[in-house]
Write a protein of this length. Structure first.
Length: 57
């Protein structure tokens, strides 16, 4: 399942995220300093029932 790119305005900043569809309140996946939101692509299939949101910036 492919993620959908999403945008969230927060305190004057525009955060970009990848969101995988699912049920319930999504856990937010935060990556490290030199990583990207797509780093969570290998993990997403294992969370089939859960919605996952991975922030980019």
């Amino acid at each position: 399942m492919e993620p959908v790119e999403s945008f969230f305005p927060v305190s004057g900043l525009n955060l970009t995220a990848l969101a995988w569809p699912g049920k319930g309140i999504p856990p937010i996946a935060l990556h490290g300093w030199f990583d990207i939101a797509a780093s969570f692509r290998p993990l997403a299939p294992y969370l089939k029932e859960e919605k996952v949101c991975s922030l980019s910036n």
